[in-house]
Ligand binder design. Structure first.
Ligand SMILES: [Zn+2]
Ligand SMILES: [Zn+2]
Length: 282
């Protein structure tokens, strides 16, 4: 049997177009080529809808929404030319990682019609319009705002459900990201009210024939398992949902990180490793 090809459909953030990433986009592409990737999806973060949703490091640099939008335009121009330049070596899929907050749907739909990406990664990084994954302090703030961890998890999966329904992202990004700073997430995800919402979201993903991101960022941080956690992965397998690795790289040193291991896990679990071709669904 032919060995599965290396793939990442979520990552390739670069210092050129993302303030919390490192390195030039072309160097990142070259690293994928060197590692033997024959196709890859590059999915830079979308610009914020307004200054309220700038990342803290962008605010620190006094960047505005207009600056980031300009940077995002440059990203598409550059990535389109890199796609052509490296076409004989690697198939580049031009993507973008979306957000979920007040006004995001309209904003994303406009970005899609303006930039015409090959596909999108649909992510949720905000609850009650506050980013929860940037730091543990942000996370704790959102917990207290929600009143409890359980309520926060429930809100997360509800926001994710609505996002999936309206955007139909080809890749659903880091499905259980909400566990990011919670040491007892294993137990928490199994709470009946939360597990029900997970099951509901998986059913929606299946019915729309979307793909789940097997996101390797936790492994890069030294944690035990990727997003998604093992039992959700098993559920996905039973439901015949496609799962594809995403290195979520934010610089050359993270390119392709743990992708071989991810493929090994997916192969062992019986997933199809003939990777699907990303496309726009909405
Ligand atoms: Zn990022
Ligand atoms: Zn993300």
């Amino acid at each position: 049997m032919k060995a599965p090809t290396l793939i990442s459909l979520h990552g390739g953030h670069s210092g050129q177009y993302c303030t919390h990433a490192k390195d030039l986009l072309e160097d990142i592409i070259q690293r994928y080529v060197t590692l033997g990737f024959t196709s890859v999806g590059i999915t830079e973060h979308i610009p914020p809808v307004n200054d309220q949703f700038l990342f803290p490091d962008e605010k620190k640099l006094n960047l505005t929404t207009a600056d980031i939008l300009k940077r995002f335009e440059d990203y598409f121009i550059n990535l389109n030319s890199l796609k052509k330049k490296y076409a004989s070596k690697i198939k580049i899929f031009i993507g973008m990682e979306t957000e979920t907050y007040k006004g995001s749907v309209n904003h994303i739909q406009k970005l899609i019609s303006k930039f015409k990406p090959d596909y999108i990664v649909g992510s949720v990084h905000h609850i009650e319009n506050i980013c929860f994954d940037y730091s543990i302090e942000d996370y704790e703030r959102v917990v207290s705002l929600c009143g409890s961890y359980e309520t926060m998890y429930e809100k997360y999966f509800d926001l994710q459900y609505d996002m999936i329904k309206v955007l139909k992202p080809f890749v659903v990004g880091h499905f259980d990201l909400i566990r990011i700073y919670d040491n007892t997430y294993k137990k928490r995800l199994l709470f009946p009210k939360i597990a029900q919402k997970i099951e509901r979201n998986l059913n929606l993903i299946k019915s729309l024939d979307l793909i789940m991101d097997f996101n390797l960022r936790p492994l890069a941080r030294g944690e035990k398992e990727p997003y998604i956690t093992d039992w959700i992965l098993n559920r996905a397998k039973k439901m015949r949902i496609r799962v594809v690795p995403g290195d979520d790289s934010h610089g050359i040193s993270e390119v392709g990180g743990h992708v071989e291991k991810a493929i090994e896990i997916l192969t062992r679990a019986g997933f199809d490793t003939k990777w699907p071709t990303p496309r726009l669904l909405s």
